[in-house]
Design a protein around this ligand. Structure first.
Ligand SMILES: [Zn+2]
Length: 1079
């Protein structure tokens, strides 16, 4: 007769609760599985003796320094802090006899992060205290203790921060003081059978709840787990083995060959800075990766991938023995350096050249230290992916791309999992977005079930990547994850799982997948749209760094190739590494804590100071000594580093040019003394690209020197109208500005056309309430657009009155925080461009400042600059996909054009644009309070400009104008010693026959030879045949990739020796790198 009724099938939910109670650490843990996990536990003296030395301030001393200090007694229960301090423990343990024959672990829980060090200074593994899912506090002392264990001494380096910095960053300022308690320092002997049963149950119980409830396998899991609980007796450890046998029976049923195949790869996402500074990241990488090396010893099947060459370089510098071990494990294939780039950078804001350098520096490091470049571009966590990435990836030796971030979209679900991503120029990369929608999977059955359920291309490819391991602040996979993974390798009900190099996954897809779908253009991220604006100085400095390094490389190459200067290759590499570092995906977007920006400020200070010195050195090489202030100045060279001829008003510092400072308006139309007397303005006309034209003092005032003969000298003037408005006008445009700084009329005299829409205005300053749903520094939300006011109460006064520059000064109070804007609106004699120079003192809370321009232009598309090209986005909101792009990223400009005419909005450091109908807006400032409560408070200087043009965008020269707006012509004061027949008198490079081709980067080759490299791109989206001429020594030229490797057999270009010219064909938006060889 049956002894008991079978109730389970009638009450599965009760059974599921019973099971989760059985494995949980809860009120039942004196009788459930938790009660038998350790056979022995002992603490305190004489078995465990603790001593501590606390490092002063926020210093992070080395092992060698720390162990020489005086340690004092410490005990469990003591607290340590405040945040960001470091405490070194010397631990002496004596394993007692009763542990003999057993595995012995030391459980050290500081409720913070810590590192275990051997007595002789080897970093052994990282620990993470606390009771979260990342908890990892066990350090195994021996796999089997003997009767007579010797005393052991080792060290613990406690860092007073947790994996996620310093507590909840949404609710608390990050600079408050937090203290961490040492809550355990125990010797334990784990019961390995009990642990194994525990891991069995973790898998079976979750299968019972996550598999489809009407599937037989779900019932099998439920009955198996229930039977195990019935067999288990906490008071009788011999019950563990029969319970395990029940689990083995369950796992015996294997999956079919046709099941989905998951390629699992361990990883730990370590943000290079975020809720902690760079200095802590150096230790995080060491802690996380050393732990993984330990796991590799116990789990030969384990594969772990780590990205970001910068973190490897830090490890090499600070933990050389650990780095050597990683190199060894890379050879065996267990430790996989991956990613291709210097850091996991933001992909919205960095320039094309910056992205190229991210790959160049990353791949160089991998090649040098791991013997091969990485063919997987790995970027799980960046806030959107530029449409130029496929081309840059391909030009950098990689061909596969991994991410998952678009699963965070808050409006539309991204429709693809495994697909061909086609870039702006038509290049494509095989792309995969993990269907588990995380890079921090925990090796649980539900995630594997999701890998199938959420896979959107399973019709074409029955496999997926699966990234497991704790991340963001590091940590990585834990032993328990690998145990669960072993159990799930091939079990009926779940997809099959194998640990593999991600390349193996991609190669398999390439071999087997048919009809993969394609996605053309940018992978716009429908979240974190505030990151185009937050921490705005950081963005300005990035932009300026990109241009100053470009200029230094160009000038240094010229000086070097003329034998007058040694190219500073190492220093330039160092500076590019710094610029690339600050492009990390929480730094440049503005989503880090305050201390990170104090660090990045210092880095930029270094970049600018060093770059200016290099620039001075290069100019000294070219001119035989450019003048310092105080030296006798005999003239000026006007330097044009862009690739095309240009004219512009330049400002000569009056202090450097006393002989011009006395000039008055009327002396000669081509000079103007600035209102404050500090500068003399000079119109420099027709300065060829990549050249510097010397202007001698005596000739400066002669009009024909600076204006093309036969033309009426150009003038601009400012005036006030009878109605109180102000007018700036030159022979091309007439601009009317009201007392709030709004442009009420912008009249093109040559085209006889009014640009401002009837009854509308430009430069309308708008203040929005900016309260996002959750991520303060990250997000502007769509509803913010409903709640704003146009600012009024401004005052305008006339500044400069011509003849070369005329300007107005707007003063305006902004917002309840007492912010003040002073804006100079100016027009020069020879351009239709209207410049807005801003000096903003910003003190708001959760406000968003924008400027808007409503034009009499009709178009469904607006054009935005991106890396090495442009993207078009709709000006309407037809679909949710269009609507989601209510704030988008643009680089130096955005343009709204219709047949015959267009207007561009240029900037020197802003990235957040929007165009709705005929209104284009630029985001100027935000005021988020987390994670940096001081974000953007204080003084800011930035510029934007309006550039109207006849013709559509493709017919315009907006790309060049925006470049010029960011790279003004420069005045180089020349001393008596300056050589007049210098190497910049003639253009050192020129591009002809293709006005759509932009010459961007000029540098010496990475191979250290006398070869140099020129990078150009097609900027408007059309084919081109450009004649590229160099005046620097060269005998031939090859087409190369970003790594400066030749591109195929026919990479050599036909060479016209007499003129040192090559003809280069471009496809739309193609990036072409030329390498010139001296022989
Ligand atoms: Zn991240």
């Amino acid at each position: 007769m049956q002894k008991h009724m079978s109730y389970l099938q009638k009450h599965p939910s009760i059974t599921r609760s019973r099971l989760s109670n059985f494995i949980g650490n809860n009120q039942w843990n004196d009788v459930n599985i938790q009660s038998v996990l350790y056979d022995q536990r002992i603490s305190g003296e004489p078995h465990v003796m603790l001593e501590v030395w606390s490092a002063p301030g926020q210093e992070r001393p080395t092992f060698g320094h720390a162990v020489k200090q005086e340690f004092s007694p410490a005990k469990v229960g003591q607290v340590f802090g405040p945040s960001w301090t470091t405490h070194w423990f010397r631990v002496t343990v004596n394993i007692p006899k009763e542990f003999a024959g057993k595995k012995v672990q030391f459980l050290f829980d500081t409720n913070s992060e810590a590192m275990v060090w051997s007595a002789d200074g080897e970093p052994i593994m990282g620990l993470t205290g606390g009771n979260g899912g990342e908890r990892h506090v066990d350090y195994t002392l021996t796999a089997q203790a003997s009767e007579h264990e010797k005393q052991r001494v080792f060290y613990m380096e406690m860092a007073c921060n947790d994996l996620f910095g310093n507590g909840d960053y949404h609710e608390h300022p990050q600079d408050r003081a937090i203290y961490y308690q040492l809550s355990s320092a125990d010797l334990v002997a784990p019961n390995e059978g009990a642990w194994a049963l525990y891991h069995d149950l973790e898998v079976i119980v979750e299968m019972a709840s996550r598999l489809s409830q009407d599937s037989p396998r779900s019932w099998q899991a439920l009955t198996a787990a229930n039977a195990i609980v019935n067999v288990f007796d906490h008071a009788d450890l011999s019950s563990i083995e029969p319970a395990r046998e029940l689990a083995r029976q369950f796992f015996k049923a294997q999956g079919s060959e046709a099941n989905h195949q998951v390629y699992a790869i361990g990883n730990c996402h370590i943000d290079t800075a975020w809720l902690w500074p760079y200095a802590e990241t150096k230790r995080k990488a060491a802690r996380s990766w050393s732990t993984q090396l330990q796991l590799m010893e116990s789990y030969p099947e384990y594969r772990f991938a780590a990205s970001q060459a910068q973190q490897f370089e830090w490890l090499k510098e600070n933990y050389s023995s650990l780095f050597a071990k990683i190199q060894d494990k890379a050879k065996t294939g267990q430790f996989i350096p991956i990613g291709s780039t210097w850091v996991e950078m933001d992909c919205n804001l960095p320039s094309g050249e910056s992205l190229a350098r991210q790959f160049l520096l990353g791949q160089q490091f991998y090649k040098e230290h791991f013997g091969e470049i990485s063919d997987v571009f790995w970027l799980p966590d960046t806030f959107g992916y530029s449409s130029q990435l496929p081309q840059i990836v391909r030009l950098s030796g990689a061909k596969y791309f991994f991410t998952q971030k678009l699963s965070w979209n808050n409006i539309n679900k991204f429709p693809n999992t495994t697909f061909r991503w086609i870039g702006l120029d038509g290049s494509h990369v095989l792309t995969h977005m993990a269907p588990s929608e995380t890079y921090g999977a925990q090796c649980r059955p539900g995630e594997l079930i999701d890998s199938v359920k959420k896979h959107k291309d399973i019709a074409y490819t029955n496999e997926s990547l699966y990234l497991f391991g704790n991340g963001d602040g590091g940590g990585g996979p834990l032993r328990a994850m690998l145990e669960r993974l072993r159990r799930m390798e091939n079990v009926d009900g779940l997809p099959r799982v194998k640990q593999a190099h991600p390349r193996e996954f991609y190669e398999h897809v390439e071999r087997t997948a048919t009809d993969l779908v394609a996605w053309k253009g940018e992978l716009y991220f429908e979240l974190h749209r505030g990151t185009y604006t937050s921490q705005s100085n950081n963005k300005l400095w990035n932009r300026q760094s990109e241009f100053i390094l470009r200029e230094v490389e160009l000038l240094s190459t010229v000086a070097h190739m003329h034998g007058k200067h040694q190219y500073p290759a190492n220093e330039l590499t160092r500076l590019w590494k710094l610029v690339c570092l600050n492009q990390f995906h929480d730094v440049i977007p503005g989503s880090s804590i305050n201390v990170v920006y104090r660090d990045s400020d210092k880095i930029y200070e270094d970049v600018f100071a060093s770059a200016k010195k290099l620039r001075q050195d290069a100019l000294a090489g070219i001119y035989g000594g450019a003048s310092e202030a105080g030296d006798a100045v005999v003239g000026f060279a006007v330097l044009n580093t862009t690739g095309w001829m240009r004219s512009s008003v330049v400002a000569v510092p009056a202090a450097l040019a006393p002989q011009f400072a006395g000039a008055k308006a009327g002396d000669a139309v081509h000079t103007q003394v600035s209102k404050d007397g500090a500068e003399v303005l000079v119109l420099a006309s027709n300065i060829p690209g990549c050249s510097a034209q010397v202007i001698q003092a005596p000739s400066l005032l002669q009009a024909e020197q600076v204006a093309a003969p036969g033309l009426v000298p150009a003038q601009v003037r400012a005036s006030q109208s009878g109605d109180g408005s102000f007018v700036l006008e030159n022979r091309q445009v007439r601009v009317t500005v009201d007392r709030n700084g709004r442009v009420t009329s912008y009249y093109d005299r040559l085209e006889e056309r009014e640009l401002v829409a009837a009854g509308q205005a430009g430069n309308v300053l708008e203040l929005y309430d900016d309260v996002p749903l959750y991520w303060d520094a990250w997000d502007v939300e769509i509803y913010a657009l409903e709640k704003y006011r146009a600012l009024e109460g401004g005052e305008v006064a006339i500044g400069e009155e011509g003849p070369l520059v005329a300007s107005l000064y707007l003063s305006m109070d902004i917002g309840p925080g007492g912010s003040k804007l002073r804006q100079k609106i100016s027009l020069s004699a020879e351009s239709p461009r209207l410049d807005f120079e801003n000096d903003l003192d910003w003190h708001e809370s959760r406000k968003w400042l924008r400027t808007s321009f409503t034009w009499d232009i009709y178009s469904d598309q607006a054009t935005y600059e991106t890396q090495y090209g442009v993207v078009q986005r709709p000006t309407h909101r037809n679909t949710t996909w269009d609507m989601a792009k209510f704030e988008v990223c643009g680089h130096k400009f955005a343009d709204l054009s219709e047949f015959g005419y267009g207007v561009a909005l240029l900037n020197n450091s802003k990235y957040g644009y929007a165009t709705v109908g005929n209104t284009m807006s630029l985001s100027l400032m935000r005021a988020p309070k987390a994670p940096d409560e001081h974000c953007d408070m204080g003084r800011h200087r930035f510029q934007y400009a309006i550039y109207p043009h006849a013709g559509t965008f493709s017919e315009s020269n907006v790309v060049q104008e925006a470049y010029q707006f960011n790279v003004p012509l420069q005045v180089i004061p020349l001393g008596l010693t300056a050589c007049s027949a210098d190497s910049l008198a003639q253009p050192c490079f020129s591009v002809s026959g293709a006005r759509n081709v932009v010459l961007d980067c000029v540098k010496m080759a990475e191979d250290g030879s006398d070869s140099y490299v020129v990078r150009l791109y097609e900027a408007y989206g059309g084919h081109a045949r450009a004649l590229v001429t160099t005046k620097l020594p060269a005998a031939r030229a090859h087409k190369v990739d970003i790594l400066e490797e030749r591109m195929g057999e026919d990479s050599e270009l036909a060479w016209v020796a007499r003129s040192r010219t090559v003809e280069v064909a471009f496809k739309p938006f193609e990036v072409v790198t030329l390498k010139y060889f001296a022989r």
